[in-house]
Structures are given as structure tokens and as C-alpha cells.
Design a protein around this ligand. Structure first.
Ligand code: AP5
Ligand code: ZN
Length: 216
């Protein structure tokens, strides 16, 4: 299957992307994770991306679209994928459509994770990520690690993201409303949208996503 996950910061995209992609046997591709890995490695891409990420702004389209084009080619897009954090504006959605048309494949579903702003702020304030793999995601209340500050999966150190400061989170929410939310309508018009209530237990949200994908 070829799937896009969309939703505000802290909606649970990264958390659910890993579980759903594993269940379906497809790669989860996260632009945020790719940028963070490049920031940690100090690459040219990382230095450029960090300027925008620290302000809660989108990294320019020419950088992000090229990155996704490379990843989809590498992953063999026709075999399926789950995109987390891309597309993030209408220009990126149009670029993805053109890329997929070029290789004669189509998206199967776009899943929107719906969460209100108070819950987003609570989730982001308590989020902790693993230094070894930003796919290892915890929350001090709703998904605490067995030992505080230590990743259950690999023993790595847990940390708080630089862009999870309150002022940056407010800016990320504004950017979501202004730039990303319009892609929900873009995909609804194409008959691809499934909106899922993303509050409640992690497993319950996964089950709702799988139902929306008609694989439950
Ligand atoms: P990105 O990494 O994509 O950040 P985001 O969209 O703001 O989303 P988050 O990672 O904050 O949240 P999430 O929805 O993945 O939630 P999570 O699963 O962690 O992007 C970061 C930056 O990179 C952007 O600001 C931009 O600068 C740049 N960027 C990325 N893509 C780009 C693009 N396409 N174009 C341009 N720039 C781009 O969950 C959050 C917390 O909640 C966790 O602690 C988790 O344990 C907890 N949680 C999850 N589900 C539940 C639940 N059901 N109940 C209770 N707690 C839960
Ligand atoms: Zn880890």
C-alpha cells in the first residue's frame, strides 16, 4: 500500500507510522527523522534544515521534494510506503502526485490524525526521543520508559527535541494551520482522505488507522 499520514505536530504520526508500516511490511519514510539524522551527523543538509526547524518553519520545498524523490526511488515506491511528515503543503502534494504519476503508481489512502491543541501541547511537553533512533519515541506519562531517561528498545539516551520548546511549538501549530491543513482538502477532493480520531490509547488509535486502511 502507498499511504500518507498527516496531522498536527504531536498527533502521533511518528509513533503510529512505525507500527502501521511494520504491520503492512512497507517502509516508513519520515522527513522529520531524515532531517534530525542529518542534524545529528552535521551534514550540509542538516545545517541547512536546522535553521528552519529551530524556528518551527518548513524547510524549503526544493530541499524536501528532492529528498523524497531520492528516498522513493531507493525504496522502490511501487512496492509500497508510508510517508510521515510529507507532503506538508499543497506544492509538495502536487510534486508527489507528479512523481508518482511518472512511475505509474497512485496513493491508496491519506490518513489524517485528528487531535486538539491542548492534547498536542501535553504530548509534546512530555515527549522524549532516543539519540540512536528517532523512531524510538516515548512520553513521560503515556508511554514511559522502564528506566527514566533510557530507551527500552536499544538502551540509548533519551532527550527532548530542540523544537519542542513552547514558543516553537506555537509556531509549528500556526504553520500546520496555514500551510499543511489545506492538503486535507486537496486529498478529500481526490477521494483519498480518511480522518481518524487520534486520542485514546496507542493501540486503539492503531486499530482505527488499520480500519481506515481496510486491513483490520
Ligand atoms: P516532524 O518531525 O515531522 O514534526 P511534526 O510534524 O511537528 O510532528 P512531531 O514529530 O512533533 O509529532 P508526531 O505527530 O510524529 O507525534 P509523535 O508520534 O512523536 O518535523 C519537524 C520539523 O522538520 C518541521 O517543523 C520542519 O521544520 C521540518 N520538516 C519535516 N518535514 C518537512 C516537510 N515535508 N517540508 C518542510 N519541512 C519539513 O507523538 C508525540 C508524543 O505523544 C510522543 O511522546 C508519544 O509518545 C505521545 N503519543 C503518541 N500517541 C499518543 C496517544 N494516543 N496517547 C498519548 N500519547 C501519545
Ligand atoms: Zn533507542
Amino acid at each position: 500500500m502507498r499511504i500518507v499520514l498527516v496531522g498536527p505536530p504531536g498527533a502521533g504520526k511518528g509513533t503510529q507510522a512505525k507500527v502501521v508500516a511494520e504491520r503492512l511490511g512497507i517502509p516508513a519514510i519520515s522527513t522529520g527523522d531524515i532531517f534530525r539524522a542529518n542534524v545529528a551527523a552535521g551534514t550540509e543538509l542538516g545545517v541547512e534544515a536546522k535553521k528552519y526547524m529551530d524556528q518551527g518553519l518548513l524547510v524549503p520545498d526544493e530541499v524536501t521534494i528532492g529528498l523524497i524523490r531520492d528516498r522513493l526511488t531507493e525504496a522502490d515506491a511501487s512496492a509500497g510506503f508510508l510517508l510521515d511528515g510529507f507532503p506538508r503543503n499543497v506544492a509538495q502534494a502536487e510534486a508527489l502526485e507528479t512523481m508518482l504519476t511518472g512511475i505509474e503508481v497512485k496513493l491508496d489512502r491519506v490518513v489524517e490524525l485528528k487531535v486538539d491543541n491542548d492534547e498536542v501541547v501535553r504530548r509534546i511537553a512530555g515527549r522524549r526521543l532516543c539519540r540512536n533512533d528517532s523512531g524510538h519515541i516515548f512520553h513521560v506519562d503515556s508511554k514511559p520508559p522502564a528506566v527514566a531517561g533510557v530507551c527500552d528498545v536499544c538502551g540509548g539516551e533519551l532527550y527532548q527535541r530542540d523544537d519542542d520548546r513552547e514558543s516553537t511549538v506555537r509556531e509549528r501549530l500556526r504553520v500546520y494551520q496555514d500551510e499543511t491543513a489545506p492538503i486535507v482538502g486537496f486529498y478529500a477532493e481526490r477521494g483519498l482522505l480518511a480522518s481518524v480520531e487520534a486520542t485514546g490509547a496507542l493501540d486503539a488509535v492503531t486499530a482505527r488507522i488499520l480500519t481506515a486502511l481496510e486491513v483490520n
